[in-house]
Design a protein around this ligand. Sequence first.
Ligand code: NAD
Length: 507
Amino acid sequence: MKFLEELGLKAVNPGVSTGTKWMQGNAGSITSWSPVDGRQIGQVGIAGEQDYAQVIEVATKAFEQWRTVPAPRRGEIVRQIGEALRARKQALGSLVSYEMGKSLQEGLGEVQEMIDICDFAVGLSRQLYGLSMHSERPSHRMYEQWHPLGIVGIISAFNFPVAVWSWNAMLAMVCGDVCVWKPSEKTPLSAIACQHIIAEVLERNNVPEGVLCVINGGRETGEMLASDQRVPLVSATGSTRMGKAVATTVAARLGRCLLELGGNNAIIISRDADLDMALIGSLFGAVGTAGQRCTTTRRLIIHESVYDSFKEKLTKAYGQLRIGNPLDETNHVGPLIDKDAVNAYLKAIDACKKEGGNFVVEGGVVSGEGFESGCYVKPCIAEARADFEIVQTETFAPILYLMKYNTLEEAIAMQNNVPQGLSSAIMTMNLREAELFLSAAGSDCGIANVNIGTSGAEIGGAFGGEKETGGGRESGSDAWKNYMRRQTNTINYGTQLPLAQGIKFDL
Ligand code: NAD
């Protein structure tokens, strides 16, 4: 495939890099299979302990230099990374689509998000503002400033194989940090391709080796970052199970974590909703990326007066979905990432049926020509109850649960009464309902929307969620503060040294 060549990928690729230099990785290799057609795309080396030690040593040295480069000059490097991504958008987007299985449009959209966060970070490089405060002591000035933190470990999930890295790394870079990225073992080639793209920029600008590193591998490689005292911040995106393990390890050494974990997102569809809009929002939210977004719509909580008519419209729309190769833009739903994901999907359907769920659109694995990978499944819809165990669980697949409500308070309670707290939405034209949903008594999620669905987010806002979603915020707003350390400074420009709280210390 042409895009593999354009991105510098080979059949066997080194899996460890400190920027422009590569090491094979001495702990074996990962094979990347495409869920699109089941073919092997390539192999990537796994970082062993020795490789890891070397990367951290180089990154530590790089930090000493990088932290002293003025932030706007760091921003200039990020600007050039954005340009390099623009030039390779089609190739990288195609690879993301082929390796992960999302539609080509979504693959290109993911690369566009990388470009957007670069633009955001360039502006930010001139806006890393601190505050100044009025001192209670005469002739004193007090202010706070933000300093670079050190090495940021980035652990990413398969479903956004490149964008999540950029949300973290581009901010961390302008903040003066250096990054060590541990990509998902399910999408290692997308990470290698990124590293090739940025290496040209790093080399051209003589950026110190170690500012942007990558170490491929599985859970064990992530664990090295989590347990390493020299890594002050670990930003981890993935399942709640992984987040709990990483959080425990990092907390034991009193390090910092930024966690972006699972969601169980609901849309409340009010009797005052624009039902055509609600239909589009629900459909895209539930089946986009084959239900493999952290913000995928997993639950619809529908007012009883519109429940039957909405269910009918939705069922009809599901009947028109085309499942198939995601690189073919006429298809709506691509494959799941692998056969383990297919098994988890089948198990969830069984569990839902056992708890009394009624499938109005049946699921199942799609087989035959064009579906040889065995990873294509049918998006399905079940009528369920909020207290089903399976409804309380995030299944990373296109299964949508329908529930009925009577009062908005009841709907909000149902929406909140799950362990996760990432994204939420209400479809209503009623101002009172919208405002109640957004109020302190409303949604308990990190993202709450009115008249748009749960899925996706703009890079300008802080992204993340509460409860088992992990509490982290990355990307826009003031998320940059996670990547820096705050320092409070007091300067006495007077001739006296007044002690705090009026204490006298006469000698
Ligand atoms: P996963 O938890 O299986 O793996 C994620 C990453 O963590 C991988 O790189 C993996 O190697 C690493 N890892 C796993 N166990 C680890 C451990 N004990 N220590 C250190 N690293 C470890 O998740 P996945 O299947 O790749 O992704 C799907 C999950 O990610 C879903 O739950 C989804 O909701 C979540 N997700 C969340 C967000 C968000 O921003 N909230 C974004 C994307 C995906």
